[in-house]
Design a protein around this ligand. Structure first.
Ligand code: PEP
Ligand code: MN
Length: 353
């Protein structure tokens, strides 16, 4: 159910409606919009008594939301969600969603301090706003490199201070989630955990943006339902990420499903990034698919970059060289205005030398 408040409703009236909903034992989610506030109701099994709600002051109407996902749906929130990262002592203002494109780049894994700094310096110089590296790695083989853990998080925090890059990194379980929330700016939940519902609920109780990757064989509805798990716990800062799905195709690691972008944008207000690195698994396919992602209307891209991909401890074959990253940024900058977007180049003084 959705309570639509009148445009002139006061904050006190909104608060009173939320309290009324909570008294009934349900959860109220105030969702401010440009014209008016809507309040989503979750936790109810059937219909909430509409008449009583409609009588509360400031209420314009009460609508039944028929989709399985509610808070992720455009029926509940019409305007695009823009996740804002305010300016800090070391980082410039940034956002994900809205007109500005977001560029997330870095190595698959943080391998050591020198490797991470060498890559960070180059992606910062090219104008990325977000540095992504794995400290906790969900690997197919238990014998493969599993990440540096806390040491990796510490290295990334140093990178934020040195280059003004915001940090995105993956949490693989409840324990790493608390640590990632403490050290990073955006928590990644990977494809393999997209339906780890207890992890999603835990992330929903945090107040940090969550980058939710599409599962290896997840449908659009399953992806939005997973986002709903996070939103329903009160964390409204969810970024979706298309990273390819399993198909019979064998010329790429996965099939990057760019057609999900307009479909998501029709149904949901959440921002969506595209990961052409995992989406193709091939260095030579990353730039063409990054260009296509931006042309399709994605809110940005997430790419793996490595200065020595032949020596990378994970995902070397799909990691682009820093020089290719520079080319990708130039190409995205040219495509952006054609689709009404803008590429902010957030060049930190230390990185621009
Ligand atoms: C990653 O981002 O390095 C990763 C493991 O991605 P995914 O969860 O999409 O496989
Ligand atoms: Mn990877």
């Amino acid at each position: 159910m959705l309570v639509v408040m009148k445009a002139q409703a006061t904050p006190e009236q909104i608060q009173a409606v939320c309290e009324y909903i909570e008294q009934l034992g349900f959860r109220a989610h105030p969702l401010p919009g440009a014209q008016r506030t809507a309040i989503g109701i979750t936790g109810n099994q059937g219909e909430v008594n509409r008449g009583n709600l409609e009588e509360l002051s400031g209420v314009a109407e009460v609508i039944r939301v028929s989709k399985a996902y509610k808070l992720a749906s455009r029926d509940v929130k019409e305007e695009d969600t823009v996740i804002r990262f305010p300016k800090t002592a070391t980082c410039a203002e940034a956002s994900i969603g809205g007109r500005d494109l977001a560029i997330v780049a870095g190595p698959c894994s943080i391998e050591n301090r020198n490797q991470a700094f060498a890559i960070a310096e180059q992606v910062a110089a090219a104008g990325a706003q977000f540095f992504r590296g794995g400290a906790y790695k969900p690997r197919t083989s238990p014998y493969a490199f599993q990440g540096l853990g806390l040491e990796g998080l510490r290295i990334m925090a140093e990178i934020r201070d040195s280059y003004g890059l915001r940090i995105v990194t993956e949490a693989i379980d409840s324990e790493s989630l608390d640590l990632v929330a403490e050290w990073a700016d955006v928590i990644q939940i990977g494809a393999r955990n997209m339906q780890n519902f207890s992890l999603l609920k835990h992330a929903g109780r945090l107040r940090k943006p969550v980058l939710l990757k599409r599962g290896l064989s997840a449908t659009l509805e399953e992806l939005l339902m997973s986002a709903e798990y996070i939103l329903s716990e009160g964390n409204y800062e969810v970024i979706l990420c298309e990273r390819g799905v399993r198909t019979f195709t064998d010329h790429t690691r996965n099939t990057l499903d760019l057609s999900i972008i307009p479909a998501i944008q029709r149904l949901s207000h959440l921002p969506i990034l595209v990961d052409p690195s995992h989406g193709t698994g091939r260095r030579d396919s990353v730039l063409p698919m990054a260009r296509a992602a931006i042309a399709t209307g994605a809110d940005g891209v997430l790419v793996e970059v490595h200065h020595q991909p032949d020596k990378a401890l994970s995902d070397g074959p799909q990691s682009i060289y820093p020089s290719q990253f520079v080319t990708m940024m130039d190409e995205i900058e040219q495509i952006a205005p054609i689709v009404g977007r803008h590429l902010p180049r957030c060049i930190h003084v230390d990185a621009a030398v």
